[in-house]
Design a protein around this ligand. Structure first.
Ligand SMILES: NC(=O)c1ccc[n+]([C@@H]2O[C@H](COP(=O)([O-])OP(=O)(O)OC[C@H]3O[C@@H](n4cnc5c(N)ncnc54)[C@H](O)[C@@H]3O)[C@@H](O)[C@H]2O)c1
Length: 306
């Protein structure tokens, strides 16, 4: 299949591109930034504009839509611009998909949408309260899901919503907890955690996420799927694992607990297992090793020309 990957030059999209190519698909990267490899077609259209979204997706069989303002702090700092991208580009691409008769539209969402539910144990059938989103980013993802599903109903467009867990791995943003800890440990600085550090995250290795996209396409699987990580990892465990690997001698520094730290949900992966035969293949320890190796190489001083 010829697959358009929007945001294909970003963190997750770049891995999706790698996995699609490995599986024998051809790929077109739709992104304002150049892709991380030069053996793919690249179209630098601004996807917020309907005409550009239409032009960029010409000749494609499927669209994987990952382009977004993905950093919640950026969203809070530029609320209107975030809606223009996170909603506007989604609407523009859905309309392009309808007009081109695209056979499959895949939308990148997040398990953060479950903050709009009252339940702790959640799956794809868990209702989300209309007044439940606590952040604009979550509201935009829920609204994006609504648009995608309404297009499917109204125009018979095959769609899939993928709710990602908290991704990590090579090429991730440096402002997130894992790279921040790695950098501090490499500099011999203490790793700071708030409270007792027992607040947990369910990290998903980015290659496992990318693998799920190929499965969705190959099985033509429609509907909504949670792509959650293999296990809960407490922030204190992340800090200890990184210090142990780097022999970071700065230790761990505790700060006062932050109010309103993300209250984790227990997110079911059963549907993805049943339909996609997908489960995260990478344990946190080995994913952390690969991430660490990548950042160490990335930050190593570049040899100067003689
Ligand atoms: N990273 C996470 O923690 C996370 C978690 C859950 C879901 N998601 C979702 O996964 C998707 C990918 O996230 P990511 O972390 O890889 O983001 P990223 O910021 O690394 O990549 C987004 C890409 O979109 C491109 N882009 C931005 N505006 C554009 C425009 N107008 N036209 C064309 N391209 C444009 C950017 O150049 C960038 O390469 C997003 O939809 C995000 O909301 C991310």
């Amino acid at each position: 299949m010829h697959v358009a990957v929007t945001g294909g030059s970003g963190f997750i999209g770049s891995h999706v591109v790698d996995h699609l190519l490995r599986a024998g698909h051809t790929v077109c990267v739709l992104d304002l930034k150049p892709p991380h490899r030069n053996d793919v077609d690249w179209r630098a259209n601004d996807l917020r504009t309907p005409e550009e979204a239409l032009e960029a997706t010409r000749g494609c069989d499927a669209i994987m839509h990952l382009a977004a303002m993905a950093n919640v702090n950026d969203v809070a700092a530029a609320p209107y611009e975030s809606a223009e991208l996170n909603l506007g580009a989604t609407a523009a691409l859905l309309d392009a998909a309808r007009r081109h008769g695209i056979s499959h539209f895949v939308f990148a969402s997040t398990v953060w949408v479950y903050e709009a539910s009252d339940d702790i144990h959640v799956d794809e059938t868990t209702p989300l309260r209309p007044d439940g989103a606590k952040h604009l980013y979550t509201a935009e993802k829920i609204a994006g899901e609504l648009l995608v599903n309404a297009y499917s109903q109204l125009f018979d467009l095959p769609v899939t919503v993928l709710r990602y867990g908290i991704p990590y791995g090579p090429r991730m943003r440096e402002q997130l907890v894992i790279p921040i800890f790695i950098k501090k440990a490499l500099h011999g600085e203490p790793l700071t955690i708030s409270g007792d550090g027992k607040q947990y995250r369910n990290f998903i290795y980015v290659e496992d996420l990318a693998d799920a996209h190929v499965r969705v396409l190959d099985r033509h699987a429609t509907g909504t799927f949670n792509l959650e990580g293999p296990k809960e990892v407490a922030i204190i465990e992340v800090a200890e694992a990184i210090n142990a690997r780097i022999a970071g001698n700065g230790g761990i520094q505790r700060m006062e607990a932050r109010a309103g730290d993300y209250q984790g949900r227990v997110v079911s992966r059963t549907h993805a297992k049943d339909v996609l035969d997908w489960e995260p293949a990478t344990g946190f320890e080995s994913g952390l090793d690969s991430t660490l190796d990548w950042f160490i190489k990335q930050w190593a001083p570049q040899p100067q020309p003689a």
